[in-house]
Design a protein around this ligand. Structure first.
Ligand code: PMP
Length: 437
């Protein structure tokens, strides 16, 4: 093992040469030098169970994915203005995973690029400009995407929503406007979209798009109530808008029961955006839409993306699909996710701090509260727990607008023994003085 530069030195150089508004995870930063499956290894050889990196979807450095990239990189990497079979084979394979209406792909290099392009498609198709977004959502790091991400524009350094952006309530059954399993909650939340549209129309405007994550990630792993997207899409389409499903966090089998999380809502979006897991860490993203929308977008102006869809990225994308299929990882996400959820719910029964346990497959959130009646958020406890889990060799994160949700979204090779370990550590930490309520 080679020890290159010390942690102190890395921190000092970061401070000097790296933009300082980039955070570092944990009070005691981790110096990770290697990954394998759901494990990460530090420079001193300690291993950690990675229960948070949903980018390393099929496992860190999966050999099949690595080899596919290496092999293609040694042969050719160039842009998509030449004929290459990888581009078309990958497009066919990706479309085969989607409802038949969604059959035109644009390959890009990140989730942000995907959403950015999705907005362009939606505006071209609807000939409208306004965007409807769900409260607390995050859709990416570009100028426009910060403008449509309440997670950012309502947070520190944010400057609020521009006039063309309309925020609707987060359909959160735990803390939102309509709580519990009340029937029609989905429709009731969606009615806010109809109201926003009515207000737009009074000003002779209409929605270009409604963009919604299929499970609210930055919101703290909020599972949409039944019927929400169906009703929402209906309102938006009636007003000539386009429905975008942001599957950047939730796609590719993570939800367990379905390959795409939007499928759990029984809808077919007009545009689906993909990122993070699609390349298992390689910078890849995609937008998939209908023939009709693609045709209106083709208005004479070329859409070109220097790196998007290159033969190396496509080889990697296909290898990721191979592994999900060959190792039956969607089924693993379903089974292990259900097992983990059950274990966490059992903890909820014994630890009053756990207000809510929610999720689909291996996309899970645990919301912490100081009081189950008032739902007073336990943000300090959440941060404490994430740091203590790290001490126990398990990596999770915190999120949500109130910073009180523990986020669990491991590579989907995560197994039952890993779940047992996570639950045991969490159980122990929840018994520590600091978190007692
Ligand atoms: N959409 C969602 C839901 C995301 O969580 C993210 C990244 N956290 C993005 C889009 C942007 O993706 P990227 O960071 O790859 O640009």
């Amino acid at each position: 093992k080679e020890r290159s530069i010390s942690d102190e030195r890395i921190l000092a150089i970061r401070q000097k040469h790296i933009g300082s508004n980039l955070s570092i995870s944990y009070h005691q930063p981790l110096h990770i030098v290697r990954g394998y499956r759901q494990y990460l290894y530090t420079d001193t050889g300690r291993h950690y169970l990675d229960a948070v990196n949903n980018v390393a979807h099929v496992g860190h450095n999966h050999p099949h994915v690595v080899q596919a990239g290496q092999r293609q990189m040694a042969i050719l990497n160039t842009n998509t203005r030449y004929l290459h079979e990888n581009l078309v084979r990958y497009a066919e394979r990706l479309c085969a995973m989607l409802p038949p209406e969604l059959s035109v792909c644009y390959f890009v290099c990140s989730g942000s690029e995907a959403n950015e392009l999705a907005l362009r498609l939606a505006r071209a198709h609807s000939r409208q400009k306004d965007i409807i977004v769900v409260d607390t959502a995050y859709h990416g790091n570009t100028t426009t995407l910060i403008d449509i991400s309440p997670y950012k524009f309502d947070g520190p350094g944010g400057t609020g929503a521009p006039p063309y952006v309309h925020v609707v309530p987060l359909p959160d059954s735990y803390r939102g406007l309509y709580r519990g399993n009340q029937p029609q909650a989905g429709e009731r939340y969606a009615r806010h979209i109809a109201e926003v549209i009515a207000r737009m129309q009074q000003q002779e405007k209409g929605p270009a798009a409604f963009i919604c994550e299929s499970i609210g990630g930055c919101a703290g792993q909020v599972v949409l109530p039944e019927g929400y997207l169906q009703a929402a899409y209906q309102h938006v389409r009636q007003a000539g808008g386009v429905c975008i499903a942001d599957e950047v966090q939730t796609g590719f089998g993570r939800a367990g029961s379905h390959f795409w999380a939007f499928e759990t809502q029984g809808v077919v979006p007009d545009i689906v955006t993909m990122g993070k897991p699609i390349g298992n860490g390689h910078p890849l993203g995609a937008v998939v839409t209908t023939q009709e929308i693609a045709a209106t977008f083709d208005n004479g102006m070329e859409y070109f993306n220097t790196f998007g869809g290159n033969p190396v990225s496509c080889a990697i994308g296909m290898a990721v699909l191979d592994v999900i299929e060959q190792e039956q990882l969607q089924e693993n996400a379903r089974k292990t996710g259900a097992y983990l959820l059950q274990g966490l719910r059992e903890l909820q029964g014994r630890h009053p701090l756990i207000g809510d346990v929610r999720g689909l497959g291996l996309f899970i959130g645990v919301e912490l509260v100081l009081n189950r009646e008032t739902l007073e958020p336990a943000a300090e406890q959440a941060a404490y727990i994430a740091n203590r889990m790290r001490d126990h060799g398990i990596l999770i994160s915190t999120d949500g607008p109130l910073h009180n949700a523990l986020k669990i979204k491991p590579p989907i090779v995560f197994d039952e023994a890993n779940a047992d370990l996570l639950i045991a550590a969490l159980d122990k930490i929840l018994g520590e003085d600091f978190v007692q309520v």
